[in-house]
Design a protein around this ligand. Structure first.
Ligand code: DLL
Length: 433
């Protein structure tokens, strides 16, 4: 697949490394001079910009946490005045204060450049009509994808979320070829199409979906691709980094982190020890060029691993694996760590089950109880109690095997769980501590 920016995307690993070191050094000097927050943090860590003599010296710099953003609400971490800013995004955040991200024009340019490269790397271009069905507004998904799509010269349908039947009408009538939304919303759109008797494969031109903003499994991708005939690609980002940023290319073997924009480390979240390629841990990201809200060694809380070998697409920009959850997503059930993504993966291996599920955790006395509620596929829905009991036992067995902890299973009629237009909520934890 072609490059959007051949000069950068075609760089060798050594050249990327050298460029990253230069950019890091420049950023660290800038922050030491102009950001009271970083200046103080670096002083406290007893590190001076002159101590950064190689890219690996980045480990001398202190970590930055989401809490730092909340503690400096709304804009006390910004470098430069309001007159430098051209946009704010605000993440609602489920706990505590929201976080505010400010952007200079250059920040926005780098963000859309990242999306332009990403979209080109999955084969999109001027001949595509891209429906952006991430929320527009304070959430970064809608506008982030929008400007990237315009940059590559595609025709954008800024549909935002909601009104699913209308979304399908737009897909059909405007001959939409690609869609950007959360995987849960895509499932909802596909399900609505089926109900309306619309075949995505036969009645629409939709062939590509760029799905992200929440965890989803490889098995879920297979199901989406097989049932709709489209190619589904993963996209990752967080509002603090800008918004959606990194996608898989057509090789579907990890999401490319553009080395001129970001530097990734993966660490053991408990010990802080740096991990090597293929080892799973918490992703720490440094944005190498961000101006308004600088991000250095940011503890994303997201769990992944990296691969720095060349990709089949020819690019040498490092890839991160599909995320396996968040450090704070992890449920501890009877002392065993359980990630919702593991539950999803296991459920998706069972052909009779649909894509919608919910995990409910309760505590009875001192014991945790996990209930997995999952919808059946319409074709598997039956009133034969014996068949359903057998299936329930099989699902419980499969979950126990993969999670190492027992889960009760409730099989539900198709369509009984809530559907989501943005990020899905899969877990209800009723334990009070
Ligand atoms: O969700 C930005 C985004 C918009 C990414 C559109 C992709 C597409 P936040 O609302 O700040 O930003 O949430 C960021 O969402 O730390 C991850 O835990 C999770 N997340 C984002 N993308 C993925 C993904 C946007 N592809 C948080 N897989 C992150 C798994 C994801 N989790």
């Amino acid at each position: 697949m072609g490059y959007w920016n051949a000069r950068v995307e075609g760089m060798s690993a050594a050249d990327i490394h050298e460029l990253q070191f230069k950019l890091l050094k420049t950023q660290v000097y800038r922050l030491y001079s102009f950001s009271p927050f970083y200046h103080e943090r670096m002083k406290a860590a007893n590190v001076h910009p002159d101590d950064i003599k190689s890219l690996e010296d980045i480990t001398k710099l202190p970590y930055m946490y989401k809490k730092d953003l909340r503690d400096h609400y709304p804009d006390k971490l910004f470098v430069g005045g309001q007159e430098e800013l051209v946009r704010y995004h605000v993440s609602s955040g489920t706990t505590g204060k929201p976080t505010v991200v400010g952007y200079t024009q250059r920040d926005l340019d780098n963000w859309s450049e990242s999306i332009a490269r990403a979209m080109t790397s999955v084969g999109l271009g001027r001949n595509d009509v891209i429906q952006v069905s991430y929320g527009y507004g304070l959430f970064t998904g809608g506008l982030g994808a929008h400007y990237g799509a315009e940059k590559i010269g595609a025709t954008v349908v800024p549909a935002s979320t909601g009104n699913t039947e209308r979304q399908l009408e737009l897909i059909k009538d405007l001959r939409v070829t690609a869609i950007c939304c959360t995987p849960s919303y895509f499932l909802h759109i596909a399900e609505t199409a089926e109900k309306l008797g619309i075949s995505i494969q036969k009645d629409t031109q939709l062939r590509t979906a760029i799905l992200g903003a929440e965890p989803w499994s490889e098995k879920m991708r297979k199901r989406i691709e097989e049932s709709t005939g489209i190619n589904a690609y993963d996209i990752y980002g967080t509002s603090e980094l800008s918004g959606p940023l990194f996608t898989e290319c057509t090789a579907k073997d990890g999401m490319h982190v553009w080395g001129d924009l970001a530097y990734v480390e993966v660490i053991d979240p408990d010990t802080g020890e740096r991990l090597g390629p293929g080892e799973k841990g918490e992703m720490v990201i440094t944005m190498l060029q961000k101006e308004a809200l600088p991000i250095v060694r940011y503890r994303t809380g997201d769990i992944t691993s990296y691969d720095d070998s060349p990709c089949a697409c020819g690019r040498h920009h490092l890839r991160i694996a599909r995320l396996s959850g968040r450090v704070d997503d992890m449920l501890i059930i009877r002392g065993i760590n359980v990630f919702p993504s593991q539950v999803e993966y296991t459920l998706m291996t069972i052909p009779e089950l649909g894509e919608h599920f919910q995990i409910v955790v309760d505590r009875k006395g001192v014991l945790d109880n996990m209930l997995v509620r999952v919808e059946l596929k319409p074709s598997a829905f039956s009133d034969k109690i014996a068949d359903l009991m057998k299936l329930k036992k099989n699902v419980e067995y499969a979950l126990r095997n993969s999670l190492n902890v027992a889960a009760q299973v409730e099989l539900l009629e198709p369509g009984s769980l809530a559907r989501f237009e943005g990020k899905a909520k899969h877990v209800i934890d009723n334990r009070s501590d």
